[in-house]
Write a protein of this length. Structure first.
Length: 428
């Protein structure tokens, strides 16, 4: 009994049975014709094609049972014995049999005799049996067995074709999922949308997948997820590259104009125009590499100085010019921020044997709800020139006049660049 149960419950055999996707009547005309022929040829009231699972008999086609499956313990099942032995089984009088007499249908007087043969598929697995039952004692002849053996070949061919068709349909659905996901990636759909599409496809395909198809599905999901994630990262990197200044990582002039307009639209605010004082002299004396390091350092400080201001946009206009867009900020608050930045952006660099203090001049422009970014930037640019005209290293807010001088060399002992330090004096 134990070996019988092990044979029926063999995982490889059960996987083979599951691959045919049959859990009851198949509704297949060819299979129905087989059981019809078996019943007529053997003059039997019951004829079945039976796929056997543990304590379960599934009937893709049957005559006389009237149900798609039945549940009978393996040790009492005629067909389970056929599966376990892989040999035909004939029982002339089940009521007198030491085992099958306890079969529920036998005990109820519905079955008295049985003849069945193994249903072996193209891969060599015993899926179940083809059999006939009679309600009377009966001795079957060799010709009866031949009829069943011939019908096995037909059933095997029909089931094989059915499995191939189902596999092709499943493969087509998997291919369609891949196409939809890759189309989403190619057209720039959001990563979450593509991954949701893949997840929905898995929910649709997984219930119909056999073991090998599940592996194919897992592999496909892994590849699509990697492709979608890599494409999203590449797109984000490309977007950053298209919007960022390559040296400082801040928004470049073009993106600053767009983002600045969006930040100010409908709410107004302020713009700070930041220019590094005498930057040309730093480049000429210390070299462009030192100048680039200085610009990068100042950009980081400028961005860090505004990190707590919601919606602030910081960008590099070009050369040593920067702009900070402060949406929704009043003139007084913007002036206070500008004064703080004048101090925070002060820097020191080594030029030859000298330590030189570097300052910034900041111009402030104020925008109303209808003011364009270009207009307020021009106002802040003009105010920045006002700051330079008033001595550099301070904030200037145009006609309203709002200045904050930077402490000079006499205050801290650090020499500042002056007009006598180098040619090109008077440069911004």
């Amino acid at each position: 009994m134990e070996s019988l149960r092990r044979a029926v419950a063999d995982p490889a055999r059960l996987a083979a049975v599951a691959s045919y996707r049959l859990a009851g009547h198949a509704g297949d005309a060819d299979l129905d014709a087989v059981v019809g022929y078996m019943a007529r040829a053997l003059d039997a009231p019951i004829a079945v094609i039976n796929l056997v699972g543990p304590d379960l008999q599934c009937f893709p086609a049957e005559i006389g049972v009237g149900a798609p499956f039945s549940e009978v313990p393996d040790e009492l099942s005629f067909c389970a014995y056929v599966v376990a032995t892989g040999e035909p089984l004939e029982v002339s009088d089940a009521r007198a049999h030491p085992v099958f007499a306890r079969n529920p249908a036998v005990a109820a007087g519905l079955i008295r005799s049985y003849l069945g043969v193994p249903l072996v598929d193209e891969d060599g697995f015993v899926l179940g049996s083809l059999g006939v039952f009679d309600d009377d004692v009966r001795t079957f002849v060799g010709a009866d067995l031949d009829v069943l053996q011939i019908q096995v070949r037909l059933v095997r061919s029909v089931l094989s074709l059915r499995r191939q068709v189902l596999a092709h349909r499943w493969d087509a659905r998997l291919l369609a999922l891949q196409s939809r996901a890759l189309e989403g990636v190619a057209t720039g759909s959001a990563l979450d949308e593509v991954l949701d599409l893949v997840a929905a496809g898995v929910r649709e395909l997984a219930p119909d997948a056999d073991a090998s198809q599940r592996l194919a599905l897992d592999d496909t999901v892994a590849r699509l997820s990697t492709i979608a994630t890599d494409a999203d990262a590449w797109r984000r990197a490309l977007t950053r590259t298209a919007r960022q200044d390559p040296l400082t990582g801040l928004a470049h002039r073009g993106h600053l104009a767009v983002a600045g307009q969006e930040a100010l639209s409908g709410r107004g605010g302020a713009v700070l125009f930041v220019d590094v004082d005498r930057f040309k002299e730093v480049n000429d004396r210390a070299g462009h590499a030192v100048g680039d390091q200085l610009l990068t350092r100042l950009a980081q400080r400028l961005e860090a100085g505004l990190v707590e201001l919601p919606g602030a946009v910081v960008g590099r206009l070009g050369g040593d010019e920067f702009a900070a867009v402060l949406p929704g900020v009043t003139r007084d608050d913007a002036a206070a921020i500008g004064r703080r930045l004048v101090t925070e952006l002060a820097d020191e660099i080594e030029v030859g044997r000298r330590t030189v203090r570097v300052s910034v001049s900041i111009g402030l422009g104020v925008a109303g709800p209808a003011t364009t970014f270009a207009e307020v930037l021009a106002e802040a640019d003009a105010a920045m020139y006002g700051a330079k005209a008033r001595g550099r290293g301070l904030l200037y807010a145009g006609a309203a006049g709002d200045e904050l001088p930077l402490p000079r060399a006499a205050d801290d002992g650090v020499p500042a660049l002056t007009s006598s330090d180098a040619p090109g004096a008077g440069a911004r």
